[in-house]
Ligand binder design. Sequence first.
Ligand SMILES: [Zn+2]
Ligand SMILES: [Zn+2]
Length: 363
Amino acid sequence: MSKDYYKTLGLNKNASQEEIKKAFRKLALEHHPDKTGGEDKKFKEINEAYSTLSDSKKRQQYDTFGSAGASQGGGQGYGQGQGFEGFDFSGFAGQGGQNYEFDLGDMFGSFFGGGRGGRGGGQVQQKRGQDITISVQITFKESVLGTDKTIEYNRHKICNTCNGLKGTDLKKCTKCDGVGHITKVQRTILGNIEQRYVCDECDGNGKIPSKKCITCHGAGVLKQKESLTIHIPSGIENGEQLRVASRGEAVAGGTEGNLYIQISIKADPIFRKDRTKVYMTLHIPLSIAIGGGDMKVNSYDQDFTLTIPHGSNTMDVLRVKEKGGFVDAKRRDDMHITLRVDMPKKVGSEVKKIVKDLENLGY
Ligand SMILES: [Zn+2]
Ligand SMILES: [Zn+2]
């Protein structure tokens, strides 16, 4: 076992979720890098331990195998690295949603004034542009197999003419004396925290233009068309969101918001799915149910022939390999086909004779 997550959080193996949460809160506040005496490395270790132990699935896996990184086993582990850089699953709809970034935003927002916006931007709290949410509808087939979609939308980008400086003939900002930020001391339950804010007069540039930029009229940003090709992974579910970092609104002197792509899947009249597993009901005639035979399946993907074993019954389930979504780059999941025997509605004299024969044979 490479790391002992329990030890990292100062807990024993039987710790309850409540205890884990408590320990994490305490340690994370102690070691938060924005805090005097905070330590980035230690903070990351605490986060790593928490993100595993707070997720019951991951915790179980960790307890069993000593590692929680490769959660591919359940077939729901996509979104972790392979193939779609720049995206991650926010999983608001449920599965896999334990993304500590969100937890931290809530938790530290009140202590550190800016929450996520200031993180990664050094010590200065930065302004952050708004997030944009776009809905994208995909077909059932696309949701099973994954797809690439090019989306077009409008967002504010930094003005190219003034590079976000809002104009020309730049003069030193008097509010921040040209340094671009203002320092404030905040009193918190953790002691005094020195916090630096971007100067709102000059947006952190330290300079103020005397002449407004004519392209953006002094806004520093301009609404422009954005075109992006995004990869929608195999097995995505209705209502889930994909996050594309820094493709939301830009603000002068700040960082860009994120783009969220909300997926809606057109319902299919025949097929249903759960992640990469596909389900359908297949009607078969009585003769095939008794004697067996081949049936053509009109699939959402490619049609195929299915051999029905003799003596099949309604509610029997046949599992067909490699007809579902992609579990990984090469391997596909199964399709589950539930049989339904269609009993004949009209029974003529010929059929009655055959049935009589069957009866005589003891069926
Ligand atoms: Zn401009
Ligand atoms: Zn200033």
